[in-house]
Design a protein around this ligand. Structure first.
Ligand code: F6R
Length: 623
């Protein structure tokens, strides 16, 4: 989704903006631009395509621009109008220059009125129109701040803007009304503003998450927040962010996605540290107590999510029902919100979202609240909209995930739900305390198990790499599994589609014969997830069915499962076996990295843009 960075202070603005936009690249974009104040004039440099295009454009005038200490920048992910240079932000309208995230819903109406008043919008965007509104208000004698307020009150929709004007050099005004905005004081004097905290953390750890309806005005002397509606000054709390800038770099890995796959053992330990008291084995001592009561009192849980988070929720259902003995529904947010569902008292709606900004998930939670239903969230981003709007929130502590494809956040979402399930089981009397304790002990050992298994030069990595190479050029993939392996099969197929652009389907192994088996021939690969669990024999029968029809079989199974290995063309052993067992419910945690890595290696061979796959964005803030 679109990214915003703005700065005014004493630093070199061109560097702050470009570096900030680089930090936001992970969100997905298709054009970029910056606007810099030099003297009393604002220069706008923008281009379709990647940020490097903007950097090339400014090469000739770097010296002049280097003097600037005030500017705004943007990465655009096209919604209204094609991803062209003209439609890229910042937009200039006379002396007003702005960037905008989100959608102005009444833009057609506003365009009609502006054109009738003699204005000539140049781009196809809704964003540019806002500049005319500010211009008109400033022409009436209003300050930039008052003009932005008056202009914003004329638009409808969920969006944020950041605006400058040559008539008030050194002033930046932002409004949040939907799309997130974060502001911060520059410790050296001045203000930063951005669509998320990542561009700010290398300058300051103290940030302010603006609320909807906040207007922020910043200059060299600092920033002031006021109400969009009435102009009254508002004091917002400062949040301390513990993500270091260094942690956000690739640290030598070729791609963020690979780094994040290998960071999974650490993400699990950090998430465990945030939830489980190692000394007592009691969960949630460090986490949200209110959320705990909400879960304890629930009669039914509805897990609501999209994409990978939805796959995590599918696994949550298995665990919460098996151990927690509570009825669980799993819902796709984009379907649930329009279905007029029956929501009974006692139901808790849990939104699972790594970004905490997904529009569909957020909409379901808002709807639930209006119906008096309790909401909880599992998210990785502190200060995200979902985390602030849910009645209670449980954080995964995976650290920043920059690769668009979810990996370590997915695994961390699994862990939170596993702990919920164990704790609910104990609390509701379905699991005896000793069983819960042994489950938690296993969870504590999981990061170590995974760390051993996931060495870049280890057997798993090598067999995955050689399998990807051998299957390059195959027509399509099926990922199949039963029980706990089924949601992992769905996740494997999604990963392959999104980063390698190869058609792949995830199926419950038993469903193949009800249709999809017609697709199977010698040009199809079937990844069979068949660990030594209760479903192994049945899954192997399904393997035989596709093998008989010529499919190339990739087996992922128990380390000592030689009879399964013999049936497979390619074999990826798990670190668990009949000798080294873990509870079968925990197998997804070791299976998921295998399918993630298989997708990564395939994408690498195909030469796709692994971290920023085409057409995708890291946080999907539109419906
Ligand atoms: C897949 C992926 C997406 C997200 C989905 C939901 O790798 O990243 O499918 O899982 O867009 O996003 P969140 O979890 O931010 O709500």
């Amino acid at each position: 989704m679109c990214g915003i960075v703005g700065y005014v202070g004493s630093r070199r603005a061109v560097d702050v903006l470009l570096q900030g936009l680089r930090r936001l690249e992970y969100r997905g974009y298709d054009s970029a631009g910056i606007a810099l104040l030099t003297g009393d004039a604002i220069d706008v440099v923008k281009s379709s395509g990647k940020l490097e295009n903007v950097e090339h454009l400014i090469d000739g005038s770097r010296e002049k621009l280097a003097a600037s200490t005030c500017g705004i920048g943007h990465t655009r992910w096209a919604t209204h109008g094609k991803p062209t240079t003209q439609n890229a932000h910042p937009h200039r309208t006379g002396h007003v220059v702005l960037v905008h995230n989100g959608i102005i819903e009444n833009y057609q109406d506003i365009r009609r009125r502006l054109v009738a008043r003699g204005h000539k919008p140049e781009s196809e965007t809704d964003s540019e129109l806002f500049g005319f509104l500010v211009l008109e208000e400033m022409d009436k004698g209003r300050s930039l701040c008052d003009a932005v307020r008056a202009g914003f009150l004329q638009i409808e929709g969920s969006c944020s803007v950041v605006v400058m004007s040559e008539k008030e050099p050194g002033m930046i005004v932002g409004v949040r009304n939907g799309s997130p905005l974060v502001a911060a004081h520059d410790p050296d004097g001045g203000m930063f503003i951005a669509s998320d905290a990542q561009p700010l953390v290398e300058y300051t750890k103290e940030v302010i998450f603006l609320e909807n309806g906040d207007l922020v005005a910043g200059s060299r002397t600092g920033l002031k927040i006021s109400s969009l509606a009435d102009g009254n000054v508002i004091a917002r709390p400062v949040t301390r962010i513990d993500w270091s800038a260094e942690r956000m770099d690739k640290q030598g890995w070729p791609h963020y996605m690979l780094k994040e796959i290998y960071e999974q053992p650490a993400a699990l330990s950090e998430t465990l540290n945030g939830i489980l008291d190692r000394a007592t084995g009691e969960p949630f001592v460090l986490a949200d107590q209110k959320g705990l009561q909400t879960l304890k009192n629930a009669t039914r849980i509805s897990l609501v999510a999209c994409g990978s988070s939805w796959h995590a929720a599918l696994l949550g259902k298995y665990w919460l029902e098996r151990w927690g003995r509570i009825a669980v529904d799993v819902e796709l947010a984009s379907e649930f919100r329009y279905r007029d569902p029956v929501l009974q008292e006692g139901t808790v709606i849990v939104g699972i979202s790594q970004s905490g900004e997904t529009a569909d998930t957020l909409a379901v939670m808002r709807e639930a609240k209006t119906r008096g239903i309790q909401t909880a969230a599992i998210t990785n981003v502190r200060g995200s909209t979902i985390s602030r709007e849910a009645d209670s929130v449980f954080y995964t502590c995976a650290g920043p995930e920059i690769g668009v494809a979810a990996t370590k956040t997915f695994l961390s979402q699994l862990l939170v739900q596993l702990i919920w399930a164990g704790w609910l089981g104990k609390t509701r009397g379905a699991l005896n305390p000793a069983r819960t304790a042994s489950l938690f002990d296993e969870l504590i050992r999981l990061p170590h198990l995974l760390e051993d298994y996931m060495r870049p030069d280890g057997v798993m990595a090598q067999t995955v790499r050689s399998t990807a190479k051998a299957l390059l050029g195959i027509k399509g993939f099926f990922f199949i599994g039963r029980g706990y392996s089924f949601p992992v099969a769905l996740e494997g197929a999604l990963k392959l589609k999104e980063i390698a652009y190869i058609h792949a389907e995830g199926y419950a192994a038993g469903e193949l014969k009800h249709g999809p088996i017609a697709m199977i021939d010698g040009n199809m690969a079937v990844v069979v997830l068949a660990p030594q669990d209760s479903w192994r024999e049945k899954t192997v029968s399904n393997l035989e069915e596709v093998k008989a029809r010529g499919a190339r079989i990739v087996g992922v199974g128990g380390g000592n499962d030689s009879s399964l290995k013999e049936l497979c063309d390619f074999w990826i052993p798990l670190p668990v076996s009949t000798k080294h067992k873990i509870d079968e419910g925990l197998l997804p945690v070791v299976l998921a990295p295998v399918v993630q890595l298989l997708s990564y290696e395939t994408a690498l061979l195909k030469g796709t843009d692994v971290d920023k796959p085409r057409n995708l964005a890291k946080s999907v803030t539109v419906e």
